[in-house]
Design a protein around this ligand. Structure first.
Ligand SMILES: *Cc1c(COP(=O)(O)O)cnc(C)c1O
Length: 384
């Protein structure tokens, strides 16, 4: 077995041209205008939440995603929280999401006052399964007027929050179709899928609202950052208003008309983000090339390498293999990490975390199986 593990780690080293050095899972690359733009915010003194880069950052996101509106937010978790509130998630409502996700997805539901309700993922996309969602709703949902309720708990189901895992697009059109039938608004957690398309439409643009993260480990980074996208002008205005303390526009008066947030991205962070977004296409091309090299290698070793499904184009943010079982996964992780090749398992499933272990859930067989087998391997943009 350890022979196989050595072959994998050696191949990763070869691919990154690093025979000796530590190889991180994903390191940011600053090869463009980062320093120039960040310096210019300092020179201008506009380092905080007002400034040309925040606006430019939003315009670039509109350009990249094809969404009508983008609102820059301080990080991806806050973007999710605000998007759920704008989608009218209220205290005590249920929000359907997947158990295989980063904890921020479930936390944002809780921050909005909601209770996560877990529906399984598809084994090929690693994202929410439309079929499992339809089956679950068939069993527990009841439509009253234009709202959907969980018959078992009596609670309103006020949103569905699927997540495009590791940048692989899920079958989002099918999720939206099921949710439309049940009158449930869809918010997409596209934190990991900037630059990923499904049926030639950008992830995050299928639901009522979509959100991104620009944390240091994502495909492009602001240091910390996030965004909400939508085609709905009113919702975009609401996102802008609530993220900036609900301050009414006035030349000099302080008037705030609701309890709101200080969630606006800073100009300093947006400057870094703009320089990064300029390189997004190059980064994706680079990562797709890496995915191809990995795919050929793992095929020759009869190891499962996760690929985008038909009709989709993934940003290939994090390369993912599926090992045989939990024992092999843990053995490989122990070997690779102690040999300077940083690899990581999937997140512990949300329904297994102490905060969420009594939340409602459907049959989670695929998530349970995948969690035991997923390993992310080094995926940084290589020398450009
Ligand atoms: C990174 C991430 C977030 C949160 O983003 P932050 O910017 O770190 O707050 C949310 N959901 C998923 C799936 C993520 O990977």
């Amino acid at each position: 077995m350890s022979e196989k593990y050595r072959e994998i780690t050696n191949f990763v080293r070869e691919t990154f041209g690093e025979p000796e050095e530590f190889i991180p899972l994903h390191a940011p690359v600053f090869a463009g205008n980062e320093k120039k733009y960040v310096d210019s915010t300092i020179d201008s003194t506009f380092v905080s939440s007002v400034g040309e880069y925040v606006n430019r950052f939003e315009e670039m996101l509109v350009e990249i995603t094809g969404a009508k509106y983008a609102v820059a937010i301080v990080n991806g978790t806050c973007a999710l929280h605000l998007a759920l509130q704008i989608a009218k998630v209220e205290r005590g409502d249920e929000v359907i999401t997947q158990p295989l996700t980063f904890v921020a997805t479930a936390n944002a539901i809780a921050h909005a006052g909601g209770i996560p309700h877990f529906v399984d993922v598809d084994a090929d996309t690693l994202g929410m399964s439309a079929q499992k969602l339809a089956e679950r709703l068939e069993n527990i949902a009841e439509i009253k007027g234009d709202e959907c309720f969980n018959k078992e708990t009596g609670r309103k189901i006020s949103a569905c929050l699927p997540m495009h895992t590791f940048g692989f697009p899920l079958r989002i059109d099918e999720i939206v179709a099921v949710c439309d039938e049940y009158k449930i608004p869809v918010v997409e957690d596209a934190a990991e899928s900037l630059g990923s398309f499904y049926r030639e439409k950008h992830t995050g643009t299928f639901g009522l609202l979509g959100t991104f993260s620009f944390n240091g480990n994502k495909i492009v980074t602001c240091g910390g950052g996030g965004a909400i996208i939508t085609d709905d002008e009113e919702l975009a205005k609401r996102a802008r208003h609530l993220s900036t303390t609900a301050k009414k526009a006035h030349a000099w008066k302080y008037v705030h008309d609701e309890i709101a947030y200080n969630y606006r991205l800073t100009n300093l962070s947006a400057a870094l983000g703009c320089a990064q977004l300029e390189q997004l296409d190059k980064f994706i091309e680079n990562k797709r090339e890496l995915a191809k090299i990995y795919a050929d290698f793992f095929a020759s070793k009869q190891i499962e390498f996760v690929r985008e499904i038909a009709n989709s184009k993934a940003n290939c943010w994090l390369a993912t293999i599926l090992l045989e079982n939990e024992i092999e996964r843990d053995d490989f992780l122990a070997f690779s990490n102690s040999n300077g090749v940083m690899c990581r398992p999937a997140w512990q499933l949300m329904n297994e975390l102490s905060m969420y272990d009594d939340c409602p859930k459907g049959n989670l067989e695929n998530s349970l199986e995948l969690e035991k087998r997923i390993v992310n391997i080094p995926s940084s943009v290589r020398e450009i």
